[in-house]
Design a protein around this ligand. Sequence first.
Ligand SMILES: Cc1ncc(COP(=O)(O)O)c(C=O)c1O
Length: 378
Amino acid sequence: MNDRKNSQSLDTLFAQAGGTIDPQTGGVVPPIQSATTFVRDENNIPLSPDHIYARDDNDLTRLGEDLLAQAEHGEDGILLPSGMAAVASVMRTVPNGGCIIMQLGIYWGATRFVRDFCERRDVELIEVDCSDVDALKAVAKPANVLWIETPSNPYLKIVDIEACAEIASDIGASLVVDSTAATPVLSQPLDFGADIVMHSATKGINGHSDVLAGFLACRDAGSDLWEAIKTDRNSAGAVMGSFEAWLLIRGMRTMPLRVERMCESAMKVAKFLEQHEKVETVLYPGLESDPGHALAKKQMPGGFGGLLSFQVNGAGVEALTAIGKLKLFKRATSLGGVESLVEHRHTIENTVPENLLRLSVGIENADDLIADLGNALG
Ligand SMILES: Cc1ncc(COP(=O)(O)O)c(C=O)c1O
């Protein structure tokens, strides 16, 4: 368990992977422990009390969890094999007949899962645009979980975490924040009153598009909710393997540096698109014209992230023509990796406007990215 708000800067914490030195060799990176089981001595006592079976305890997973929990100012944290496994483990704590209030217009996979889950488990589901606090207040009623995502994917809406925490406390709900697009570098939702912060660590935390991972951190490690989540993770076996944990930690060592660069470049790209004649709207909280800008400045003091969306003048055909001409931006789903990606979300999620393109800005040279976009937009 961590002390909330460690004073060490994130750059130092992550660059040194929490100061890890392999005690056997003095190696400056942790070794991979591949064993899934560990022996006991002739008296049946484990040789090492923390090593019995890999589903219960894994040094590398624990190291990754400690690093991320510290960065999130959480008392404790757990890694899971994907972001969706993290979403599911929170939802599974809601009893049959309970109630979930969930933000409308968030990551489609989470929406789809929760809708299906609620139907199967007879859980009431209320979906509402939580970036509109009055709209949320209007539908709020006693619930188990209030689930928000900020910035939201793909609309980049900013949700007032403090206001939601107040509402959650009034209705007896736990506030859970999907902070994937912010990464732990830019925002610490627990400081604004969230009970749990969630990440798809597949994205900016790993940053190299080569590991699936999910993460949850809590404000109060003694809460019943946290106990239930941890027990569920272990009993249901939603644990991460050593190799993935090792890759994730390697990715995290450069996270603050990568995120800083992505924020800088995304801002340049957003400004370029904002003045482009073929662009109708740019959705990016870093722009002063964005409705969420002031709140984002408060909740994301380190920057506004590498994710943005824009709407091309015209209809779907114009957007698809532009996306087809991009050379540097790879046409692929996901976000937060070092390589820039572009996605036409409408292709998989038909409620998203046909002319919207979502960009995940990587760490390439910003001028090169802008030239690529300029060329594609003609
Ligand atoms: C905001 C957000 N939350 C959760 C997820 C799910 O994470 P994963 O793909 O690691 O299961 C995603 C994936 O795109 C996401 O963008």
